[in-house]
Design a protein around this ligand. Structure first.
Ligand SMILES: [Zn+2]
Length: 141
C-alpha cells in the first residue's frame, strides 16, 4: 500500500486520462461541477467527470423536433473515485470501458443504400441517410 499523494484518484487524474483514452477529436464542456468530455466526431464515447465520481457512456443524441439534436448518452458505468484504487487501475478500467462504448456506438452506424457511406443512426432514415433522402427521395427535414 502506498500513501503517496500521486496515487490518489482525483477529478484531475480522471480528466487527464479521459483526454488520453477517448477517440480524437475530444470536445470538453463544463457545466457547474460536471465536465463532459466527448470523444470522436461523430461522437463515440463520453466521460463525465464529477467531483467524486466518473461516468462512462456510449455517445448518443436524439432529435428534438426536426432540427435540434440533444445529448442522449447511454451510461455504461458509474464509479466513485474511492473505488478506483490507483491511477494505473483507473486507466485500465477506463480504457476498457471506452473501448466497449466505442464498439457499441460503431455497431449502431448504418450504411446508406444510396451513397454507400456509413452514418450514425441520428442521420439515417431507415436505410437512407438524411442528405440522400432529401436529394433523391424528396423528403424535406
Ligand atoms: Zn446517403
Amino acid at each position: 500500500m502506498s500513501t503517496e499523494g500521486n496515487d490518489v484518484i482525483t477529478a484531475q487524474v480522471i480528466l487527464e486520462l479521459a483526454g488520453k483514452l477517448l477517440p480524437k477529436p475530444v470536445r470538453t464542456e463544463h457545466k457547474g461541477r460536471k465536465t463532459t468530455i466527448v470523444g470522436g466526431d461523430p461522437g463515440k464515447a463520453v466521460i463525465q467527470v464529477l467531483p467524486d465520481r466518473v461516468k462512462i457512456s456510449v455517445y448518443g443524441v436524439s432529435w428534438v423536433g426536426t432540427h435540434m439534436l440533444k445529448a442522449d448518452h447511454e451510461m455504461l458505468a458509474e464509479m466513485y473515485y474511492e473505488s478506483l484504487s490507483d491511477p494505473r487501475t483507473a486507466e485500465k478500467i477506463l480504457r476498457k470501458l471506452v473501448q466497449v462504448a466505442v464498439l457499441i456506438r460503431k455497431s449502431q452506424f448504418r450504411k446508406c443504400t444510396i451513397c454507400l457511406k456509413v452514418h450514425p443512426p441520428e442521420h439515417m432514415l431507415e436505410s437512407t441517410c438524411h442528405s440522400c433522402a432529401e436529394k433523391h427521395l424528396g423528403i424535406v427535414f
